[in-house]
Design a protein around this ligand. Structure first.
Ligand code: ZN
Length: 256
């Protein structure tokens, strides 16, 4: 175990003040307890992206940062249910929504436990950001630990659904992770859409699209930052859409 894996992150549910506002501005915004009540009256509540940050972090980016977006170093994680399109043609809607709820819930818990935010959910998929607004020095490793939790907890939850009619169609989650520079902020003029954009985000998404059920594909940049925790992970050369050169990725398969 490396040093970073032995330090347990603050568990979601603990923070009394918004960790995002504290890390970004050193301003204590109460999000739990009696002190949070007056803030709630002004519509400042805990964010749905992570219960340890507040809606100022998420909705008032321009106000907080005095600009519409900033450059940041971050790790981006994409996860989705493999073969979901095929699955949606085979089973009834009630069970499909049950699967999506389990997936979204287990993913969010794993991401929050490692200080990431669930930035976007897209039915059978999601995008998470690590190192903004909660600053996390070992953000590459935090994202990998979250991905391992996602794989473990989703496998357990999906396995409990007894989807016997899906013989030969293993139901599982694929994850892609990449670390690098991103632009973070609000990019729409007509609605609040706090997110990250740039090549780092695109590569993370493309890695995820190549991950098999149960696999976590991480870029060599993420692997280099995570250090010893990915030593021994298999290498795979990938041809990705829109990229001329093949990309070398590391493959981490979920541990039981
Ligand atoms: Zn905040």
């Amino acid at each position: 175990m490396t040093e970073a894996t032995t330090i347990q992150p603050t568990r979601s549910g603990d923070a009394r003040i918004c960790r995002g506002c504290w890390d970004q501005m050193h301003v204590p915004i109460p999000i739990r307890g009696a002190l949070a009540l007056p803030f709630r009256a002004f519509g400042i509540t805990r964010s749905k992206m992570n219960p340890n940050i507040c809606t100022i972090c998420e909705r008032s980016f321009r106000y907080v940062k005095k600009q519409s977006h900033v450059a940041a170093s971050a790790t981006i994680l994409f996860a989705d249910i493999r073969g979901f399109t095929h699955l949606s043609e085979q089973i009834e809607r009630v069970r499909l929504s049950q699967i999506v709820s389990l997936f979204q819930d287990r993913c969010a818990q794993a991401i929050w436990a490692h200080d990431g935010i669930v930035n976007k959910t897209m039915g059978d998929g999601l995008m998470a950001i690590f190192n903004f607004p909660i600053v996390r020095k070992g953000h590459a490793e935090a994202a990998i630990l979250a991905a391992l939790d996602i794989q473990r907890h989703c496998a357990k939850a999906l396995g409990s659904l007894q989807l016997d009619d899906l013989k030969g169609q293993p139901l599982g989650v694929g994850v892609g992770i990449h670390s690098g520079d991103v632009e973070i902020g609000e990019f729409s003029s007509f609605r609040s859409d706090f997110t990250a954009i740039g090549g780092t985000v695109n590569l993370a998404s493309r890695l995820e699209s190549q991950a098999q059920a149960g696999e976590i594909l991480i870029s060599s940049e993420t692997a280099a930052q995570a250090g010893a925790s990915v030593a021994g992970a298999a290498q795979r050369l990938l041809t990705l859409k829109g990229l001329d050169q093949p990309v070398e990725a590391r493959v981490i398969v979920k541990r039981d």
